[in-house]
Design a protein around this ligand. Structure first.
Ligand code: G3H
Ligand code: 13P
Ligand code: ZN
Length: 358
């Protein structure tokens, strides 16, 4: 199957009432792990690359690896998504390369650290939406900022400093026409999200419910959604790692989010833990080995296992054959026919042409 526009994938997920895992990649083995997990569970999937990943792999390698995946797994609908784009230029270059979806994270300034203001965020996101939709490419925006820092990206902090304001979310979607909305509900990137099992005091699932009530036709995105399972941390530490105790986002909380409009669930850290644990095991148990295949193969298998588990838990398993991929040209025509964002369209669809006024 050719790469699928993410908007179509999330529309289908909304119809089916499930979430779609969006898994970060930096190399061939991670792409293979995700595609094998998708085949094993018959899942549509979002494969996403951060700016750091694009720099690490080089865009051309990344894009052609994804094309190889599309050829080798023709039954799997797959969206190629830019994670946390920081500027119009970053998004433009991803779109010109062939990404079928981009995130513009205008909640932060271009340095990827400093929280921006609403006006800046709306103007930047709108500019990306105009450029992307004319080419049939989907756009994820963000309102509120997540906690933590990954590879220099992020506002830092606990994740509770800049929670999404539901009324601002409504204005943001109306003004920008973004296809999906990342919301800040207390999660953060990385392995250290919460010091104890999170309750509503720190992980505000109620905020998702509120936003979904106000924006029923908008696909919500949960970032920082790794569960950081104890067994993955234990595996790393057993073989010489030094991870501190921490809690991630419990899967049942993600599932509650999915029941209330979350359609895209971002996971990176759990894959990283699985890969590192498997490699450490080989290094510790067979120090005589030096062929990279001896440790990258188990690493790939360990990542496939955790990704397949998440696919089943998010509900996307079994949905790979539900629909035919729309082309970007078809999507561009659909966008061209929909009411323009910020044009005074009176429904709550943010210009999607879907949804009813409440
Ligand atoms: O946004 C966070 C993802 O985990 C990507 O991390 O920027 O280190 O590639 P990265
Ligand atoms: P985790 O660090 O929880 O895996 O979050 C990944 C993410 O949100 C990527 O955008
Ligand atoms: Zn993120």
């Amino acid at each position: 199957m050719p790469l699928v526009p993410m908007r179509q994938m999330l529309d289908e997920a909304a119809k089916g009432g499930y979430g779609v895992g969006a898994f970060n990649v930096n190399n061939m083995e991670q792409i293979q792990a995700i595609m094998e997990a998708a085949r094993e569970t018959r899942s549509p999937v979002v494969v996403q690359a951060s700016r750091g990943a694009r720099k690490y792999t080089n865009d051309k390698f990344l894009y052609h690896l994804m094309q190889a995946a599309a050829e080798l797994y023709p039954e799997i609908p797959m969206a190629l998504h830019l994670d946390h784009g920081n500027s119009f230029e970053t998004c433009r270059s991803a779109i010109e390369l062939g990404f079928t979806s981009v995130m513009i994270d205008g909640s932060l300034r271009e340095d990827g650290k400093t929280p921006s203001d609403f006006k800046y965020n709306v103007e930047l996101t709108r500019k990306v939406v105009d450029f992307a939709h004319a080419r049939g490419v989907s756009v994820e925006g963000e309102i509120g900022t997540l906690g933590g820092i990954e590879d220099g990206h992020g506002a830092g902090g606990s994740g509770l400093e800049h929670l999404t304001d539901p009324d601002q979310a409504v204005g943001f979607v109306r003004e920008t026409g973004a296809d999906a909305l990342a919301v800040a509900i207390g999660t953060s990137h990385g392995a250290y999200k919460f010091s104890v099992k999170p309750t509503e005091a720190v992980l505000k699932i109620s905020l998702i419910k509120k936003i979904h009530e106000l924006l029923p036709a908008t696909h919500l995105v949960m970032h920082g959604s790794s569960s950081v399972p104890q067994e993955l941390r234990d595996q790393v530490n057993k073989y010489g790692g030094r991870l501190k105790p921490a809690w991630g986002v419990p899967v049942e909380e993600i599932q509650e989010g999915i029941r209330h409009g979350v359609r895209k669930v971002n996971v990176d850290t759990d894959s990283r833990l699985a890969v590192t644990g498997a490699i450490r095991k080989v290094f510790a148990e067979a120090p005589e080995k030096f062929d990279p295949r001896d440790y990258l193969k188990p690493a790939r298998e360990a990542m496939q296992q955790v990704v397949a588990e998440r696919m089943r838990q998010f509900g996307q398993a079994g949905h790979a054959g539900d629909y035919q991929a729309k082309t970007l040209e078809e999507m561009a025509e659909l966008y061209a026919g929909a009411p323009k964002a910020g044009s005074g369209c009176s429904c709550c669809c943010g210009g999607h042409g879907k949804g009813k006024k409440k």
